[in-house]
Design a binder for this molecule. Structure first.
Ligand code: DGY
Length: 422
């Protein structure tokens, strides 16, 4: 385990690009939003100031409306598509002037990571100074989710692109994507030159990913409504991560002597929204398709994230844990598979359609601990550390055999291992 710790630290240092950590140099050479937040959690064990700097670097990309985008581009890296031009943000109102970004967001882990860093910074004034700025930025971003992305005002933020979910090609988006006819879209892919195409999203997905990028620009990046956009789903994972982030933002602000008067109010709205997504008959939480106006009953590992938000009623926890441990669902040899093993769409080697991911495990472990399900949290922690010891700091893992898949030298795998070891 000491070797694992040293190797994780060395990986973060090697992926450091002057204050931001690239998720994986060969595949993802820019700054990604939730990747940076997870990386800061690892950096907190090495150097809290460096951890705070990682989060501060994200603020460079914030739009005037509060949105923090999913990618902040490094102009020197040219081996990733879509490149900055494809996003067409030149005419976007309120975009940042000093840096090119994407036009969409990603799950808001920022405030949770910031609280984590503060708690491990031993009263360092420089860290506190930086985190004060993070509080203000995160507060504006959180408010944006419920102001511009909750068209029905149900406490359920909606995403306009599968990339916003962070769990890009999850089977739960299939039906909503199938409704889109992208026509002839021309684009370049570079991911398949780095990672075998059987482990990446398909052409069906990419046609629609590029179509939706262009649609944002065509609609002048305006707040979406179900009748105007091609894809709009209330994403359970974002609602859960945001709900948790509101609690962390509130605690962080208090610790720094600041006020965020609306964080707990927003948290309550999100908690009510998440509760409305629980299906008592099936026994799990789901997403909701706003364009199709129907629940999305396809299950996914994201269904456990209400535990991370701490909003699962006591009597519901055992039902969720049973699914987590069921070998036909999420209890595979190397858990937690992103999709249940008995789902017809389960594909154990393809990105978010089956492989196990360390950030999802980390959030589920944290959720189990909060629900006082300590033995299962400890078992999942051990299994996760064994998986990485065996297969390396890979992007994701085959959930039956434990084989490492996707990018090598993946930063959040290393960063979260540092916390799981602590
Ligand atoms: C990718 O390129 O696969 C990323 O997940 C998009 O954010």
């Amino acid at each position: 385990r000491l070797t694992l710790k040293l190797a994780a630290e060395a990986l973060l240092r090697a992926n450091d690009r002057q204050g931001c950590t690239v998720p994986a140099p060969a595949l993802y050479p820019h700054q990604w939003n939730w990747d940076s937040a997870f990386c800061a959690i690892g950096w907190a064990y090495i150097d809290p100031r460096r951890a705070a700097r990682e989060l501060e670097m994200l603020l460079r990309g914030q739009w005037e409306n509060g949105m923090i985008p999913h990618i902040l581009f490094n102009p020197e890296a040219t081996h990733y598509e879509p490149n900055p031009k494809v996003w067409q943000i030149d005419q976007a109102p309120g975009r940042p002037q000093a840096i090119a970004t994407s036009s969409i967001t990603q799950p808001p882990v920022l405030a949770t990571a910031a609280r984590f860093v503060l708690e491990r910074s031993g009263g360092d004034r420089t860290v506190e100074e930086i985190l004060r700025r993070v509080v203000v930025a995160a507060d504006a971003w959180h408010a944006w989710f419920l102001r511009e992305r909750d068209p029905l005002q149900q406490g359920l933020p909606a995403i306009v692109h599968p990339w916003e979910s962070g769990l890009d090609n999850a089977p739960r988006w299939d039906a909503a994507l199938a409704r889109i006819d992208p026509g002839e879209v021309t684009y370049t892919r570079k991911d398949n030159a780095v990672v075998s195409s059987e482990q990446r999203p398909t052409r069906f997905d990419y046609d629609r990913y590029f179509f939706l990028v262009a649609e944002r620009a065509k609609l002048s990046f305006a707040p979406p409504t179900p009748s105007r956009v091609s894809f709009l789903v209330q994403d359970l994972a974002i609602a859960s991560i945001l709900c948790r982030a509101e609690e962390d933002l509130h605690a962080l602000a208090r610790a720094l002597g600041l006020e965020v008067p609306h964080a707990l109010e927003r948290r309550a709205k999100l908690a009510a929204g998440i509760a409305s997504l629980y299906d008592t008959t099936r026994g799990y939480y789901h997403d909701h398709d706003l364009v199709g106006d129907a629940p999305i009953t396809v299950e996914h590992a994201s269904g456990f994230l209400p535990l991370f938000a701490g909003v699962v009623p006591l009597e519901t926890v055992p039902r969720l844990v049973a699914r987590l441990k069921d070998p036909n669902k999420f209890g595979t040899a190397w858990p937690v598979p992103s999709a249940p093993a008995d789902d017809p769409q389960f594909d154990p080697r393809r990105y978010w359609r089956g492989p196990s991911w360390i950030n999802v495990n980390w959030m589920i472990i944290e959720g189990l601990r909060r629900a006082s399900w300590r033995d299962d949290a400890a078992k999942l922690t051990d299994r996760t550390l064994d998986l990485v010891s065996r297969s390396g700091f890979r992007e994701y893992f085959e959930p039956n055999t434990g084989e490492g898949l996707g990018a090598e030298n993946f930063s959040w795998t290393a960063a979260l291992v540092l916390d799981l070891l602590a």
